[in-house]
Write a new protein. Structure first.
Length: 341
């Protein structure tokens, strides 16, 4: 199969339309058989639930070309399970896990020409999502839904790739204590648009959100969880009911313990502790692990000892091991790698 003529090494994190996407519609209490389509356009009623009340949830995962030339995806079963949790929280029908994984396989196979070659630094980002399609004007769940999955080749989420970024402590809250922070609902991202634009206008790459109840604990950023490393090489990551349970974070905790022999603490992390850490990174499918060099709290700067030039040594080891597993250079734990072809 001939690859598309794309400058893989210089891709940013943007949308490039590919050839095929998967669509299945839900009506009268059941999903139709679904399948691939060339049509990248969605036509829905002006009063559709998603347009009026943001009834939509989504996922994000990636396909990789391995060193030996296979195309694989990373733990798609966990994305299917999280989409189920998200759908239930917004009173939407669940798209079955086996069908989700089959759709991933179909979409990636049909767009194999867009899967970035091994060694380019780019990957294929897959975006599954689910939204209410029929008219609703009173506040209630839709009766009809569409599940869709497209893919797009991407480069690094943050410009500069592995260069440390600077983030600021946000004045806005991302999620309420008993709200929707733990699910991947579009509404969580809509509310972050103003906060991220404010951060950018003030010269920062991202926001650090604190817990809404006390504003003393570290939560996450708009699109990634935090990982910290202590001066004695312990990995510390925030535990909270209002952050997204990142699949990358869960995988990195395992990698840290089982592959690197590091101690890991998943616990509440107070903002006051941040100044004492040696390294900081943001982890997620899009972010992979992006190092943070500086955290600014209303003019007060916390400069991570790892500096602004490169990743700290522990974050680098985590990054190398995780990407090594994803690209087939390092033996993966049972069930983590789903071979597409
Ligand atoms: N936190 C938020 C708010 C996100 O949007 C994401 C991205 O999916 C993550 C964390 C990382 O999650 P994952 O590692 O499953 O991609
Ligand atoms: C992902 O990492 O898959 C996400 O959905 C994050 C998003 C902000 C791009």
């Amino acid at each position: 199969m001939e690859k598309k003529n794309i400058d893989w090494a210089n891709l940013g994190f943007g949308y490039i339309q590919t050839d095929k996407r998967y669509v299945s519609n839900y009506k009268n209490g059941a999903w139709d058989e679904g399948g691939l389509t060339d049509d990248a356009t969605v036509v829905i009623n002006e009063c559709a639930g998603v347009l009026q009340y943001a009834q939509t949830v989504f996922e994000g995962l990636k396909a990789y070309t391995t060193e030996d030339g296979h195309i694989v995806t990373f733990r798609p079963d966990l994305n299917a399970e999280r989409l189920e949790q998200s759908a239930k929280r917004l009173e939407m029908p669940v798209f079955p896990k086996e069908r989700f994984i089959d759709a991933v396989t179909q979409v990636v196979k049909a767009n194999a020409a867009y899967v970035p070659p091994y060694g380019t630094g780019a990957t294929l980002y897959i975006r599954p999502y689910l939204f209410g399609t029929n008219p609703v004007i009173g506040v209630k769940p839709a009766d009809e839904y569409q599940f869709r999955m497209f893919c797009t080749p991407v480069g690094p989420y943050f410009k500069g790739g592995a260069k440390p970024i600077t983030i600021c402590v946000s004045d806005f809250d991302r999620a309420a204590p008993h709200g929707t922070g733990h699910i991947k609902a579009g509404l969580n991202y809509a509310m972050s648009m103003h906060a991220i634009m404010e951060a950018h206008r003030n010269g920062f790459d991202e926001n650090m959100y604190l817990d809404a109840a006390t504003r003393t604990k570290v939560e996450e950023t708009g699109g990634a969880n935090f990982l910290f490393v202590t001066k004695d090489n312990k990995v510390v990551t925030p535990r909270s009911n209002s952050i997204l349970p990142s699949i990358t974070r869960r995988s990195l905790i395992y990698v840290a313990r089982e592959y690197l022999g590091l101690e890991v603490e998943e616990r509440e992390v107070f903002f006051d502790e941040v100044k004492d850490f040696a390294e900081c990174g943001l982890c997620g499918t899009a972010a992979v692990i992006s190092p943070v060099g500086k955290i600014v709290d209303h003019g007060k700067e916390i400069c991570m000892p790892s500096g602004m030039e490169k990743m700290g040594p522990v974050i680098q080891k985590l990054y190398d091991t995780l990407t090594g597993i994803q690209m087939g250079r390092i033996q993966a734990p049972e069930g983590w790698i789903h071979v597409v072809e």
